[in-house]
Design a protein around this ligand. Structure first.
Ligand code: 26W
Length: 812
């Protein structure tokens, strides 16, 4: 062991050398950008050394391995996380200080890799962290998108999308593995021949694309295991054939290259709404085919062709239905490449896959048109068809004559392939992501499947990594917690409960209040720099950050803000403790209503923030381009966490957990994981409001909800709603929000106010009144905050991953 001073010296020399070798400069002469590149390079060298060491340790250990297939991995920045996981963060901070540099500022240079949309992608990233930290062997498999989720610019209150070329300057964190390239085939046709008394399927006339893997090493916290995130990049099979140039076919060759490489070009920006485009289906098949081929190849190297043992050594998890094609793809490989018969192949396949559902939104359930599927993936089409024939035959045995039921459960119907049905049939495990969500899956969305396959259905409630969202994001709070209860919580999250005895301890309460205040100050600085709005760090910071979606009800939030503003205008003595409402949200580029709500938030903010008459008691801020790195800055500064989805709609939510962990109090509906947060903290320590899932469900069934009547009966609500269309929020363009107004009162063809914004308004208002009162009783408020932190242990992704392992993956 070398001591700290020597380690510092080693790091410093490594850094100085790196700057010289990379840029031909000394540290004094290098730019901030260059120093960032050099630090990253030094750290990534260390990461890769760890990886080499870990592989050496694993050599010869034939442990079962998990492959986590996901279209999205929303990793966030790597530098800070890797420093923490290498255990050299303090040291590097000091080296930087000695050199007159601020590490936290250097970290801002790193692009935030946005290879995901929202909760599903971020969950995958949290799982990667927990798996490595807990010492489980796992590989994440996905797509190396050249462009991540678009960057959001706000122009005149409107969202404008700008490309996110996160790879523009390269990234030091990945290792290219061209020698592990796989070939993926699209299109063409299948020829059936007889040979050795069996049918041989030959895929012909296809176009092939090379899939080149790039691996990012995933370190764990104080763990010897280094896992990988394997991201596939699409490349043309042929290098540009220069001889074509003379034949005037140069452009054709270029075009072919472009067509191949477009597959991994860009992440689809849709959340909870599939884009039924051929390119999306190509992306899905591209990465699952490459992944499954490489998994089988590696299995063969280790175990030969004893495929019956495949499920003992390999488990493949599919993150929502997006990687569902992995199921027929494994069948194809086992049948066509390995020569197994159908029954053998099917037995192996259905013991290999586990599927998690992340949404019950009807419109989010993926279905592919038969024609598109067949043209693009002719061999997989045959296989899916056969899987379905056999499944329907089983159904017929169980429900003879019940054609309707069989049609509802069929994988293929109405000339569409239902991906969720394929996943349920082809997996040994199906789970939801919070208790309520799993119950809705079992009882409603997949009720008929859970009757047929009761043993498959289970729940594993989501979690988040405490390393990133407390240790890294809120270091002063992490230090406070460690001072009180020791550092065990970092790897044993349940130990946070040891904080509960401090709930009424004045010193702890005050320390927490100080930390929060300091975090609010830095956020206020960010806001003043970016939004040019001054917000008071003594006001209540009330935060809603998540994708913009009608079911998440940012509209309810902003209507309530309007209501508060009206009260302040009407009555100068209206009792309101100063509040700052903070929003952050990207809308899918094609989701007009969501984009209109962003504009509305801006118009309301404009009006309120510029009104001198209300004495700065109310402020509204929309933080542009919400992303993981911003979440890390915003959450530690939040007093109130808005988790206000229509009950029954949010599968789990994970932001709710991050806020709780940082001591914010939740205002929320009994939806998703809020239900379990309520159980964990107790009714006194959360602000609940609104209809329950049973009640919203009842309204959907009986159709008796009449939003117009609610509107007429509540003058405050009516006033706020009318202001959308009477020029109050936008005088230049009074009809701008007509669509929102109409939708709430009358509907657009469908049901009016399908997310119960008006119905829940009054009870939301009351919950906010309780916040207003209780924030003014600091001893009460901070006690509740400590109770929230102390009970957050259950919502660690370490707990989640252990549950998956015990019930589903069975690693080690
Ligand atoms: C195909 C279009 C599409 C794209 C994304 C459909 C569905 C999705 C995701 C499933 C949306 C998503 O991120 N769902 C969220 O998953 C989180 C992790 O489980 C949950 O916490 C959120 O409640 C859920 O909305």
């Amino acid at each position: 062991m070398i001591n700290n001073a020597e380690q510092k010296k080693l790091f410093r020399v490594a850094l100085e050398t790196k700057v010289q070798r990379m840029f031909g400069r000394t540290i004094r002469g290098a730019s901030e950008d260059q120093i960032f590149q050099a630090i990253t390079q030094v750290v990534s060298d260390l990461v890769k050394e760890q990886r080499a060491y870990s592989r050496e340790l694993m050599r010869g250990h034939h442990e079962k391995e998990l492959y986590y297939l996901s279209m999205e991995f929303l990793m966030g920045r790597a530098l800070g996380n890797n420093l923490i996981n290498l255990g050299i963060e303090d040291l590097v901070v000091e080296v930087c200080q000695d050199l007159g540099l601020e590490l936290s500022e250097l970290q801002e240079v790193e692009p935030d890799p946005g290879l995901g949309n929202g909760g599903l992608g971020r969950l995958a990233a949290c799982f990667m962290d927990s798996l490595a930290s807990l010492g489980h062997k796992a590989t994440g498999c996905g797509i190396r998108y050249e462009y991540g989720l678009f960057q959001q610019k706000i122009i005149d209150g409107y969202q404008v999308e700008v490309p996110d070329p996160w790879l523009e300057n390269g990234t030091s964190w990945e290792i290219a593995l061209p020698e592990e390239t796989e070939i993926v085939k699209f299109g063409g046709f299948v020829e059936v021949k007889e040979g050795n008394g069996r049918l041989i399927y030959e895929h012909k006339g296809y176009q092939s694309v090379r899939a080149v893997p790039y691996e990012m090493p995933i370190l764990g916290y104080q763990s010897d295991v280094v896992n990988s995130l394997r991201l596939w990049a699409a490349r043309a099979t042929k290098h540009l054939d220069m001889s074509l140039f003379g034949q005037g076919k140069y452009l054709d060759a270029l075009e072919e290259k472009e067509l191949a490489e477009v597959i991994s070009k860009v992440l689809y920006p849709d959340d909870n709404h599939p884009e039924g485009k051929a390119l999306r289906l190509k992306q899905q098949y591209f990465f699952v085919s490459a992944s499954m081929q490489s998994i089988v190849r590696k299995f063969r190297q280790q175990y030969g062709s004893s495929f019956a043992q495949f499920p003992e050594h390999v488990v493949v998890h599919i993150n929502d239905t997006h990687p569902a094609l992995a199921i027929p793809e494994l069948m194809r490989i086992l049948l066509d490449d390995e020569g197994l018969d159908w029954d053998q192949a099917w037995k192996i396949t259905k013991s290999t896959f586990a599927y998690t559902n992340h949404t019950i939104m009807e419109e989010a359930l993926e279905r592919w048109p038969e024609g598109l599927f067949r043209d693009l993936l002719p061999r997989l089409w045959d296989i899916v068809y056969e899987i379905n024939e056999r499944f329907c035959a089983d159904l017929w045995e169980r429900y003879p004559g019940d054609w309707d039921r069989i049609a509802r459960m069929s994988i293929i119907s109405n000339h569409e392939v239902k991906m969720a049905h394929l996943c349920i049939v082809g997996s040994f495990s199906v789970n939801g992501v919070a208790k309520l969500h799993s119950q809705i899956l079992r009882e409603q969305v997949f009720a008929e499947f859970s009757e047929f396959f009761p043993e498959k259905f289970t729940n594993v409630t989501n979690g988040v990594t405490f390393r990133r969202f407390l240790l890294k994001a809120n270091p002063s709070l992490a230090d406070l917690v460690t001072e009180r209860i020791g550092s065990g919580w970092i790897k044993k999250p349940e130990e946070l409960a040891k904080l509960l005895p401090y709930q009424t301890d004045q010193g702890t309460q005050q320390a927490l209040a100080h930390i929060r205040h300091a975090n609010k100050l830095s956020l206020a600085n960010y806001i003043s720099g970016h939004n040019h709005v001054r917000v008071d760090p003594n006001s209540i910071f009330d935060v809603q950050i998540k994708r913009l979606h009608e079911y998440k009800r940012q509209l309810l939030n902003i209507l309530h803000v309007l209501y508060l503003y009206n009260r302040l205008l009407d009555d100068p003595k209206f009792e309101l403790y100063p509040r700052t409402f903070i929003f952050g949200a990207k809308a899918a580029p094609g989701y007009g209503t969501a984009k209109l709500i962003i504009k509305l938030i801006h118009d309301v903010a404009e009006r309120i923030n510029n009104d001198r008459s209300i004495d700065d008691r109310l402020k509204v801020v929309f933080i542009e381009n919400y992303r993981v790195s911003l979440a890390e800055a915003i959450i530690p500064a939040a007093d109130v966490s808005e988790q206000i989805s229509t009950a029954g709609k949010e599968a789990s939510g994970t932001g709710n957990m991050k806020f709780m962990l940082n001591g914010a109090l939740t205002i929320g509906t009994l939806d998703g994981a809020n239900v379990e947060i309520d159980q964990a903290v107790g009714r006194d320590n959360i602000f609940l409001f609104g209809l329950s899932a049973a009640e919203t469900n009842q309204y959907y069934r009986d159709g008796t909800y009449r939003p117009y009547e609610v509107y007429m009966a509540d003058p405050y609500l009516k006033q706020a709603l009318d202001q959308l269309v009477n020029g109050f929020v936008n005088a230049q363009h009074p009809s701008l929000y007509q669509e929102l107004y109409q939708g709430l009162l009358y509907g657009h063809g469908g049901m009016a106010d399908p997310y119960f914004v008006l119905k829940d308004f009054a009870s939301y208002r009351q919950a906010h009144e309780a916040i207003n009162v209780q924030y003014q009783q600091p001893e009460l408020w901070w006690k509740k905050a400590i109770i929230n932190i102390g009970n957050a242990g259950h919502f660690s992704s370490d707990r989640t991953v252990e549950e998956y392992n015990q019930r589903i993956w069975k690693l080690r």
